[in-house]
Ligand binder design. Structure first.
Ligand code: RIB
Length: 292
């Protein structure tokens, strides 16, 4: 295994949600009611999950986002600080925090509805946000906050030599101006299909394929394929976020190592229920790699 040489500074700009998770043997079809087997409230949100994953996987992370002034806010903030993610740029706005209604079936597959709440209020970046982005090695974003804010952050990152990783999820149309400022795109196979040729100008594209692992293509035509370790799947929620955060933390070691590190982290995240609660530590990822 490659030795860790340094700690990349990573600014994660994105969402933070309280996940309301119902487990059931089978997800209902439209119009149907099914009985559940359990319920949990777990801090989540693609931004927060990726921030925690990047920090636990070896990065030094600052989170840029917003919670509301409701009962969920303190626990959402604590989920970040418990994992030593910097929250100086986490703002509190009037109204509800983001929430996600999640149904997980017996096979560990999920369906998710996100109601943005405070995340939708991330319409502007403060001077302090911009300074964090400019000083970071990596800016990591998703699409659960307003697209214009992500575009402004990527523009500022590019102007200041900060590498931009974009996980364009939930998938939507991304303007060419934003793609032009993205160095690394991380997408699942469905997103890759939907985005198609939009991904062509991006220098580095990583496609996750669930249990089939991940593939990488570089601008110079370099291709890599990384199988996924075999694990007992309990819940896939947050596995993609864990992969993406760990990839950001390992990116400075090159795509091959980053794919190995992230693939192991993502697989481990499927072995426990919940998003932030299933994200492995650096030690757990290392141990899984050495026992492989
Ligand atoms: O990617 C999983 C996440 O998507 C959940 O934690 C949920 O909050 C939604 O943002």
């Amino acid at each position: 295994m490659a030795e860790k040489t340094d700690t990349p500074s990573i600014a994660v700009l994105g969402s933070i949600n309280m996940d309301l998770v119902a487990t059931t043997d089978r997800r209902p079809v439209p119009g149907e009611t099914v009985l559940g087997t359990g319920f949990a409230m777990v801090p989540g949100g693609k931004g927060s999950n990726q921030a925690i994953a990047a920090q636990r996987a070896g990065g030094a992370v600052q989170f840029l986002g917003a919670v509301g002034d409701d009962v969920f806010a303190a626990e959402l903030r604590r989920a970040l600080t418990d994992s030593s993610v910097g929250v100086e740029q986490l703002r509190t706005v009037d109204g509800p925090s983001g929430v996600a209604a999640i149904v997980v079936d017996g096979g560990g597959e999920n369906s998710i509805i996100v109601v943005g709440g405070a995340n939708t209020r991330m319409t502007e970046l403060t001077e302090a946000d911009l300074a964090v982005i400019a000083a970071a090695d990596i800016l990591l974003c998703q699409l659960e906050i307003p697209l214009d804010t992500v575009a402004a952050a990527a523009r500022h990152a590019r102007a200041n030599g900060t590498t931009v990783l974009l996980n364009p999820s939930p998938v939507q149309h991304v303007p060419a101006e934003l793609w032009a400022n993205v160095d690394v795109a991380v997408v699942n196979s469905g997103e890759a299909e939907q985005l198609g040729a939009d991904l062509d100008p991006v220098a580095h594209v990583v496609v996750t394929r669930g249990a089939d692992g991940a593939v990488y293509r570089g601008r110079d035509g370099e291709q890599l394929s990384q199988p996924s370790p075999r694990v007992e799947v309990v819940d896939t929620t947050g596995a993609g976020d864990t992969f993406t955060g760990a990839l950001a933390a390992a990116w400075h070691r090159g795509p091959e190592w980053a794919l190995t590190w992230a693939g192991t982290a993502g697989a481990l995240a499927t072995t426990k229920l919940g998003a932030s609660t299933s994200i492995p530590s650096e030690e757990e990822i290392s141990a899984a790699l050495t026992t492989k």
